[in-house]
Write a protein that binds this ligand. Structure first.
Ligand SMILES: Cc1cc2nc3c(=O)[nH]c(=O)nc-3n(C[C@H](O)[C@H](O)[C@H](O)COP(=O)(O)O)c2cc1C
Length: 166
């Protein structure tokens, strides 16, 4: 049986919610980027982050890059992310070959974790909206709106589908 784990980084909680639903669907453990265990025995890594200024969040990019040093050779990887904007053309590609936001994000995430082609990136991937966390009187408010209940159901279904497939 395939052993999998969900790993994510999250600032406002959206990506964490999605990660936990994915893990629920897969029936596996879910860890943030600060608590990554020894990955030696895992076959599938489900890796997530969120988008900042059109890029992979800094902590996300860092942990994805660092994973390359954790002997992940030969493992399968499925990617996911959350972002605030609708999935339009990515602004940085408007004057080149236009690409959708999700395409650019997955390319960037893949480049971080798979620079030396040591893992197999699965075609199965997941993304959804996550509401931007606002501040009220200097204190952060819970993000509301996204991920919606429906998006969380989809995240769980994605986890179930991965489990079924593998
Ligand atoms: C400082 C900052 C910059 C952001 N930049 C973008 C962006 O360029 N494009 C986008 O679609 N969403 C952007 N977002 C929205 C986040 O990607 C979205 O709210 C995400 O779900 C946050 O994940 P988290 O709650 O797990 O931290 C930004 C959010 C913040 C706080």
């Amino acid at each position: 049986m395939v052993k999998a784990i969900v790993i994510y980084n999250s600032r406002g909680g959206n990506t964490k919610k999605v990660a936990m639903k994915l893990a629920e669907g897969l029936e596996v453990e879910c860890k943030n980027q600060k608590n990554i265990p020894d990955l030696k025995d895992y076959d599938l890594l489900v890796l997530g982050s969120w988008m900042i200024m059109g890029m992979v969040s800094f902590a996300g990019a860092r942990y994805l890059r660092k994973l390359r040093k954790k002997n992940i050779d030969g493992k399968k990887v499925a990617l996911f992310f959350t972002s605030g904007a609708p999935d339009d053309i990515h602004p940085m590609t408007e004057n080149k070959v236009p690409k959708k936001i999700h395409e650019v994000m997955f390319e960037k995430m893949e480049r971080r974790v798979n620079k030396n082609n040591q893992v197999t990136i699965l075609p199965e991937r997941f993304y959804c909206k996550g509401a931007v966390r606002t501040m009220k009187h200097g204190a952060p408010k819970e993000p509301i709106g996204h991920p919606t209940e429906e998006e969380l159901v989809q995240a769980k279904a994605f986890g179930e589908m991965l489990k079924e497939k593998l």
